[in-house]
Design a protein around this ligand. Structure first.
Ligand code: COA
Length: 335
């Protein structure tokens, strides 16, 4: 990033679909229990869209609120991180931009599954640092429950729907809200651990009809768990080293809300006290690319995240992908 120009957080908005599905509700659908899900994941409930509501709708709501929080009604680019675009093609971001009254604005999707928000934030920061844009709306939005097999107790217990968004503006390095440094990485050799086997070009070009269930999200839970802990910890260590900081300098660790045990394990390995670890997974589950901005919004609303706090954001997801970022929380009011 240029020394003279930084991307600075200037607004935060979030949106959850109103309908809630509790662990008790799930236990009436398949063999599970509130106790099992809570003790293994920390999740008590998740928000789920009603029929007909899609990712673009949630992204629009969160985007509106982030723009309001930033005190603006337009930006130079809209970047939407999602695993669940409204269509395989085109991207969902141009539609969201148009609905936000920004027809003509640069708009595109970023696909990095649960790491999507950190990847999109880095992309937006790059657009600003390079001078391509002076302001960018970054949205993480998911209707993950549309790709979860309703009969799969493992994924159905974890994933939920929601959206969060931030506005980045051009500013000075070192000012509160300036994002960076970043650490991003991937390991495509383990793509099969989190995959939708059918529906893409690989299956279509084979000429074979999808196997039953193959249009749903498949997850090898225990393998994913191990990699999530390892990769999030390593990435956080790299970004801290790049900034010349130690775990003791971090006031709030806002990790991707994949599983409370994963978050606690990463915090413990990094040496970050649990009361510095932000979590809202009990109420929203794993919302993939929406997870970090939703956790930021929740922590700010509860007064757990305050201006001046130095934040470590860390994500891990399908791909495999991972990413970390540092920033000091600015004086903004989330909407
Ligand atoms: N209720 C009851 N049993 C469940 C269950 C549920 N909601 N979900 C999974 N199980 C069962 C499995 O079916 C399996 O049963 P089996 O042995 O009869 O086949 C058993 O629990 C053990 O499965 P396993 O995956 O080894 O359990 P686990 O202790 O690792 O917990 C997860 C399962 C999904 C909670 C855990 O693996 C996890 O959180 N993984 C990471 C997931 C994640 O973060 N994904 C997103 C990455 S961004």
């Amino acid at each position: 990033m240029s020394r003279s120009r930084a991307a600075v957080l200037s607004g935060l908005g979030s949106w959850l679909p109103p309908r809630v599905v509790t662990n008790e509700d799930l236990s009436r659908r398949f063999d599970t229990s509130d106790e099992w899900i809570r003790s293994r994941t920390g999740i008590a409930q998740r928000h789920v869209v009603d029929p007909g509501v899609a990712t673009g709708d949630l992204a629009h709501e969160a985007g509106l609120r982030a723009l309001k929080s930033a005190g603006t009604d337009s930006v130079d680019a809209v970047v939407l991180a999602t695993t669940t675009p409204d269509h395989l093609s085109p991207a969902t971001a141009p539609d969201v931009a148009a609905r936000l009254g920004m027809g003509g604005t640069a708009a595109f999707d970023v696909a990095a599954v649960c790491s999507g928000f950190v990847y999109a934030l880095a992309t937006g920061a790059g657009l600003i640092a390079s001078g391509i844009a002076d302001s960018v709306l970054i949205i993480g939005a998911e209707t993950f429950t549309t790709i979860v097999d309703p009969a799969d107790r493992s994924t159905s217990s974890i994933f939920g729907d929601g959206a969060g968004a931030v506005v980045l503006r051009a500013g000075e390095p070192g000012e509160p809200g300036a994002v960076g440094p970043f650490d991003l990485g991937s390991d495509g050799s383990l793509a099969h651990l989190l995959v939708i086997p059918a529906g893409g070009a690989r299956q279509r070009s084979s000429g074979r009809e999808p196997e039953p269930g193959d249009t749903y999200f498949h997850m090898q839970g225990s393998q994913v768990y191990k990699h999530a802990v390892l990769r999030m910890t390593e990435s956080a260590r790299r970004v801290l080293a790049a900034a010349g900081l130690g775990a003791g300098d971090i006031d709030r660790f806002v990790g991707h809300q994949a599983n409370l045990r994963i978050l606690d394990s990463v915090a413990e390995r990094l040496g970050i006290p649990l009361d510095h670890r932000v979590t809202n997974i009990a109420d929203v589950g794993n919302t993939a690319a929406a997870s970090i901005p939703l956790a930021l919004a929740d922590a700010a609303a509860r007064g757990e995240l305050r201006p001046g706090h130095r934040v470590l954001a860390g994500a891990f997801g399908g791909g495999l992908t991972w990413g970390s970022c540092l920033f000091q929380w600015p004086d903004i009011t989330p909407v």
